[in-house]
Design a protein around this ligand. Structure first.
Ligand SMILES: *Cc1c(COP(=O)(O)O)cnc(C)c1O
Length: 434
């Protein structure tokens, strides 16, 4: 260690005096892994530089949005041009229409979309719309799935069948989550019993199809198929929360991945965010016309936003969607992501470390377990101490992965084969010390 002062540490101490925990979103604080969060000075391509000038290969990419890498020239140009025309008008613009038309072209299960500013807002609004459209109150979510921090969705499972939610956060009164039913992910039997008991009162079932908020756990095909069948049978809306998966796991989003094996498969509603804003605050929810027409000003379900469809954010999102729509984009991204995952598997095997990993498109996850988990309790069997050791080993060597074992990872188009090879080499070194 040198004697140069640690500017990350100095900034963290300064931040903690004025921002709770020193951060504006909890996981950034490194609470799970310990140590000092890196304060980002700037980013370009696959890298960012911290306050000490240290470079990292970035596998978080702002938690998913930066699918092109940082500072993609076409996106920067679109944002610069948009800024010169004005930041925000509170009146409609052509660009919003263009962005929504583009989203609908790529995700044809929806007829209409409403733009908002965060995934939380989109999921919250989707629930209100589902309730307004069905005239029902209850909703199903799954343990380990995150849908933003709206009160009704801030619930994890109690144990046992069809447990009514206990709020995960202080400040959420029990009455607010009394309509939220939390079930185990990938558990068909529980799902069937919950529908038998509450199906007639269910407004919707919300699911992360490839759950990225418990690292990386796929909803099994039979499970998704059963969700679809039961929702149809009982008249509840199947809501895919694709805030993380959307335009990240495939150009057609996760629903297109399931439609490959379940021909004709479509969710009733889709919630999007992250990639569609390309790093700017932008999110969306959409459905068939009959559902969306319940929204104000057409219908009785109120929903609004001063900055919704922001002209700079929509420019950023449009430019991003334009780039990822180019031929071969997802083939190349998927190949790179798979090569990272295969490289990590190989490095772990050489070191004799139990390890498993999976990926789809530009999203990946890995576990210090010998078998891929199917639900949240299985994810949590990962040895936290070992994960933290791995995390800091990688970080010290300039590889930045999510600072918690229940988070997914992201590869961008800017990651070169050499970046991937360098990462695997670093992982090999760290695995030997586990
Ligand atoms: C990130 C995320 C959200 C919340 O989005 P914010 O923009 O952080 O509010 C909701 N659902 C899923 C699946 C997410 O990954």
């Amino acid at each position: 260690m040198t004697n140069t002062p640690d500017r990350n540490l100095a900034l963290f101490e300064r931040a903690k005096k004025v921002i709770p925990g020193g951060v504006n979103s909890p996981v950034r604080a490194f609470k799970a892994v310990g140590g000092t969060p890196r304060f980002v000075q700037r980013a370009q391509g696959a890298y960012f530089w911290d306050a000490n000038g240290q470079r990292y290969i970035d596998y978080i990419g702002s938690w998913g949005p930066m699918i092109l890498g940082h500072g993609h020239p076409a996106v920067v140009k679109a944002v610069q041009d948009a800024v010169l025309e004005g930041f925000s008008f509170g009146a409609p613009t052509e660009r919003e229409v263009e962005l929504v038309e583009e989203i609908l072209r790529l995700v044809p299960s929806m007829d209409m979309v409403r733009l908002v500013s965060s995934g939380t807002e989109a999921a919250m609004s989707a629930i209100r719309l589902a309730r307004g459209a069905t005239g029902r109150s209850k909703l199903i979510k799954f343990e380990g799935c995150y849908h933003g921090h709206a009160d009704a969705l801030l619930v994890k499972a109690g144990s046992g069948l069809a447990t009514f939610g206990n709020a995960t956060s202080a400040g959420v009164p029990p009455e607010v989550v009394q309509h939220t039913i939390v079930l185990e992910y990938n558990n068909i039997e529980q799902l069937e019993q919950a529908f038998k008991l509450h199906g007639q009162e269910l407004a919707c079932l919300m699911i992360e199809p490839i759950a990225g908020n418990m690292n990386f756990v796929r909803a099994s095909v039979p499970f998704v198929k059963r969700c679809r069948e039961l929702c149809t049978q009982y008249g509840a809306l199947l809501v895919f929360d694709e805030v993380m998966n959307g335009f990240r796991v495939a150009l057609g989003s996760a629903q297109s991945v399931y439609a490959r094996v379940l021909p004709g498969f479509e969710p009733d509603m889709t919630v999007m965010g992250k990639v569609i804003g390309g790093g700017m605050p932008l999110a969306a929810f959409g459905a068939k016309r009959a559902v969306m027409e319940h929204l104000a000003p057409l219908g009785a379900v109120y929903q609004a936003g001063t900055l919704s469809g922001n002209p700079v954010a929509t420019a950023c999102g449009l430019a991003t969607l334009h780039e990822i729509s180019k031929p071969g984009f997802f083939e190349d991204l998927s190949r790179k992501t798979r090569s990272l995952v295969d490289g990590l598997k190989g490095a772990a095997a050489t070191a004799g470390v139990p390890f498993c990993a999976d990926s789809e498109g530009g999203m990946f996850g890995f576990f210090l377990l010998s078998e891929l988990p199917q639900n949240y309790p299985q994810v949590m069997k990962t040895d936290g101490k070992r994960f933290n050791h791995l995390f800091h080993g990688l970080l010290d060597r300039g590889v930045y992965i999510a600072p918690a074992l229940y988070e997914a990872g992201f590869v961008s188009a800017a990651h070169s084969d050499a970046d991937i090879a360098a990462t695997v080499a670093v992982a090999h070194e760290v695995f030997k010390t586990l």
